[in-house]
Design a protein around this ligand. Structure first.
Ligand SMILES: [Zn+2]
Length: 327
């Protein structure tokens, strides 16, 4: 598929970088941004995915042009003790003995990398209820950042730095410590509302674990009820990332296992709708998903047989294999 100008476009003219109440700088909407908007599509400023060692990160920095290096050095820096110890072990020298510029380069990568380091994307702060979803789009060879709900002018853009929106506050904060980020989002705040929201996270974690176990035990009917409950809470709690589409995908697959093609169609449509606003229609597999929906509709409405394309779609790696079971 060839890249078109349309695909390359983003909406960075609708955002600005300024001081954030969450600490340091953040990215803010300057106008209302509707759900599904591709706010940013950008190439990595520092590519470190291929070599994440300290030496590899410094080498990647040294390959940048002078203007790129200046941009990079403007980013926030933070190195946790764990990160420093790992660097010391690799380099065979104490953190303080490492040249100052290299320490800065490494501390910036530690504070900003999710995969790679991005000039704009890395300035977006974390929330446990993000309004932006980011994903690498191999068709564009760019990281994309989409609005997953309507964002009002002046609102801060947020992403989640961690996998596992279902995890409890202490589990989330332990991971966020790596970025030196203390989360005070509406789920983490120590208020009655925060505690209520945190209770919902605990429920989601329990449902998620039960779902994984029941799928492993091939209890399809029970698994379906668990997936439905999980999706309902994820949606009502505003967790609109691809974790929600993963749950929809589970529900659709379970309906197919139970022979309920009509419901499998409905859940697949929901899954694709979340994918559409999270990653965009040019994301690999999105079009294939649309074709599967059309085929499923033909099965439901015209009593056509279930064909190979449908079977293949539902036999792709099951998402529950990736679910994290914390016992
Ligand atoms: Zn939080």
């Amino acid at each position: 598929m060839e890249k078109s100008l349309e695909m390359e476009k983003d909406s960075r003219h609708q955002i600005e970088v300024k001081a954030s109440a969450l600490g340091g700088l953040g990215v803010f909407a300057t106008t209302d941004i509707p759900r599904g908007t591709r706010v940013i599509a950008e190439s990595a400023l520092l590519e470190i995915n291929a070599d994440r060692t300290a030496k590899g990160i410094v080498r990647a920095f040294e390959r940048l042009s002078s203007p790129q290096q200046r941009c990079y050095l403007e980013l926030h820096e933070f190195a946790s003790d764990t990160f420093k110890r790992a660097v010391e072990n690799e380099m065979g020298q104490k953190w303080q003995e490492i040249p100052e510029l290299h320490r800065k380069v490494l501390a910036i990568s530690a504070a900003n990398a999710f995969g790679n380091v991005f000039f704009l994307g890395s300035r977006i702060n974390h929330s446990c209820i993000p309004n932006i979803h980011f994903a690498y789009n191999p068709m564009l060879e760019k990281e994309t950042f989409h609005a997953i709900r309507d964002i009002a002018a002046q609102e801060e853009l947020t992403i989640t730095y961690i996998i596992g929106g279902n995890h409890t506050r202490s589990q989330r904060q332990a991971k966020l410590d790596e970025w030196g980020f203390l989360c005070t989002c509406p789920v983490c705040e120590d208020t009655e509302q925060g505690r209520k929201k945190e209770k919902k996270r605990a429920q989601m974690l329990e449902l998620d674990q039960k779902l994984a176990l029941n799928i492993a035990n091939e209890s399809w009917g029970k698994s379906l009820r668990l997936a439905q409950n999980l999706a309902a809470i994820q949606k009502s709690e505003g967790l609109l990332t691809r974790e929600l589409s993963t749950t929809y995908q589970d529900a659709a697959r379970l309906c197919m296992m139970l022979g309920d093609t009509r419901m499998a169609l409905l859940w697949t449509e929901k899954e694709l709708e979340v994918d559409r606003y999270c990653v965009g229609e040019d994301y690999p597999d999105y079009k294939r998903g649309l074709q599967v929906v059309a085929r499923l509709r033909a099965v439901v409405e015209d009593s056509e047989p279930v064909d190979e394309s449908i079977i293949q779609w539902f036999s792709q790696q099951s998402s529950h294999d990736e679910r994290c079971i914390i016992m």
